[in-house]
Ligand binder design. Structure first.
Ligand SMILES: Nc1ncnc2c1ncn2[C@@H]1O[C@H](COP(=O)(O)OP(=O)(O)OP(=O)(O)O)[C@@H](O)[C@H]1O
Length: 215
């Protein structure tokens, strides 16, 4: 079963670490809630795990996971869904086409995924026409149409109403019960049985002192 490992990992911006090096492992079925004040580095950590930012030092990898071709794969970026602040939905694509694009064997089909987040009637709208909460729901539906062992979630309940937040919690609990791994940055509890990584506000800015010289 897959295990997510952080090996003396430091994350940050412009090569400057936002927190001390971290050794941590998350086994299948485990969740990590990354908490802390604005600017503490929660998103930076998740983006680093997703492979969107290079680590300042150390490494993170997934062990014990094989991709669809049956090859062992250590890159978290290949094993994870990343749900960032932006939903990354193609604006001109219709919702059903967006989900069909991401659909993979073993995932829910797009109609089932839209039912799971309770927005079945948006299926023919272009993504640009969705409200903020509808777009977030569709982005969550995308997690369901392609099975991946890790979900990296950055403020996943942002823009969601109470019903959708409850659904998201249930989907996360179901994913964990099936052996998934979740790392979620959150200001609001997601209702999960999760370990907490509490980040502090960094003492120094991650922006180099000469970084604002053009302003
Ligand atoms: N694109 C960027 N370039 C340089 N520094 C950045 C960039 N984005 C964020 N930072 C800096 O990195 C630090 C951590 O930001 P980050 O977004 O990871 O914090 P966060 O804990 O997710 O905050 P929030 O709770 O507000 O979402 C902040 O000091 C911020 O100024």
């Amino acid at each position: 079963m897959p295990t997510l490992r952080l090996l003396e990992l430091t994350w940050g911006r412009e090569g400057r670490a936002l927190a001390p090096a971290l050794d941590l492992q998350l086994a299948d079925g485990e969740a990590l809630a990354v908490t802390g004040p604005n600017g503490a580095g929660k998103s930076t950590l998740l983006r680093t795990l997703a492979g969107l930012l290079p680590p300042v030092s150390g490494a993170a990898r997934i062990d014990g996971w094989r991709n669809a071709a049956g090859e062992e794969e250590a890159r978290i970026s290949r094993a994870a869904h990343y749900l960032g602040h932006r939903n990354a939905l193609k604006p001109t694509r219709r919702v059903c086409a967006e989900l069909a694009f991401w659909h993979r064997t073993g995932g829910l089909d797009p109609a089932e995924a839209l039912d799971a987040v309770a927005v079945p009637r948006v299926r023919d709208l272009p993504c640009a026409a969705l409200s903020a909460g509808q777009a977030r729901r569709v982005a969550i539906a995308r997690l369901l149409v392609a099975p991946r062992p890790v979900w990296l979630l950055d403020e996943p309940s942002a823009a969601l109403d109470a019903d959708a937040t409850t659904r998201l919690s249930a989907l996360c609990r179901d994913f964990l019960a099936r052996g998934g791994i979740i790392a979620a940055a959150t200001h609001l509890p997601l209702g999960l049985d999760a370990r907490e990584l509490r980040l502090r506000e960094p003492i120094t800015s991650s922006v180099p002192s000469d970084g604002w010289s053009d302003w």
